[in-house]
Design a binder for this molecule. Structure first.
Ligand SMILES: [Zn+2]
Length: 274
């Protein structure tokens, strides 16, 4: 074969493939899911973990997972902000849902003392039950922790925990991360950390073991600064197709080619949630 006739690389095959480890595609603020998912695929995003936040949005996450089985990995859970909305029997309904979705994880759940209500007692009770269910059913779990590290370590010490869990949009210190790693923690980076006031968190991510680093949007929240918004939305909402721009920034922070960062975070998401 002459050099002229050698096949040219197909850009669709050589472009990085990105994985969003944490978003909320079911959130009404994003509008219709079909154009959002089309834009994500167009941007090179192959897969995402879609997190419910309360029992009332479990059906929307479930229908996204049924409609897009190769693209959406569902997570069902109760977010600490909604811990007071858990209705009697939620544990059994969550277990049934996990039973019918073998790929599903538990999330988003956790602890948050930045908010004043629901109380830490209510949050801890709902969180611990989700930890225990994840352990019993051997499912990974996604944790939101804001200004509640002591309560988190207490819960992890007093409850059987799953083998793997994600600290989403991890805002803790490297010392906190080092305590969590032996317990099975992974850590995801969100575009929110690209705001100059969050610069210290970049150093934490530089020090994490590379095999524990994931990438997320948390769309429609946690938008990065304007220069990373390749897909702007009204009201500063974060479009999940902004993920590659955040990925390129994280690649630079970690000193990796974007393609390698995309492959690494894909593999780590697979390892945490697969
Ligand atoms: Zn979230």
């Amino acid at each position: 074969m002459s050099p002229d006739s050698s096949p040219q690389p197909d850009p669709a095959r050589t472009a990085p493939h990105w994985t969003d480890a944490h978003n909320h595609l079911q959130d009404r603020r994003l509008g219709e899911s079909a154009p959002i998912i089309a834009a994500m695929k167009q941007a090179g995003i192959d897969r995402c973990v879609v997190n419910a936040t309360r029992e009332s949005d479990w059906p929307q996450v479930e229908s996204l997972a049924r409609a897009h089985p190769d693209f959406v990995w569902p997570a069902f859970g109760i977010h600490p902000w909604h811990a007071h909305t858990a209705n009697t029997g939620w544990q059994q309904r969550l277990a049934n849902l996990l039973e019918s979705h073998p790929r599903a994880s538990i999330g988003e759940c956790g602890l948050d003392s930045w908010i004043s209500a629901p109380s830490m007692a209510i949050q801890t009770s709902i969180f611990s039950e989700q930890l225990e269910l994840a352990h019993q059913m051997d499912r990974p779990l996604t944790i939101h922790c804001l200004k509640a590290w002591g309560a988190l370590f207490d819960a992890l010490a007093s409850t059987p925990t799953p083998r793997r869990f994600l600290m989403h949009s991890f805002g803790g210190s490297i010392e906190t991360a080092r305590r969590l790693i032996p317990l099975g923690a992974f850590f995801s980076f969100s575009g929110h950390f690209l705001h100059p006031r969050k610069a210290a968190q970049l150093e934490v991510f530089r020090q994490l073991p590379l095999d524990r680093v994931l990438l997320e949007t948390d769309a429609p929240d946690m938008a990065p600064p304007a220069e990373f918004l390749t897909h702007p939305l009204p009201d500063h909402h974060h479009h999940p197709a902004n993920l590659p721009a955040v990925g390129h920034a994280l690649a630079e922070i970690l000193g990796l080619p974007p393609r390698d960062l995309a492959a690494l975070t894909h593999e780590n998401t697979q390892c945490c949630f697969g």
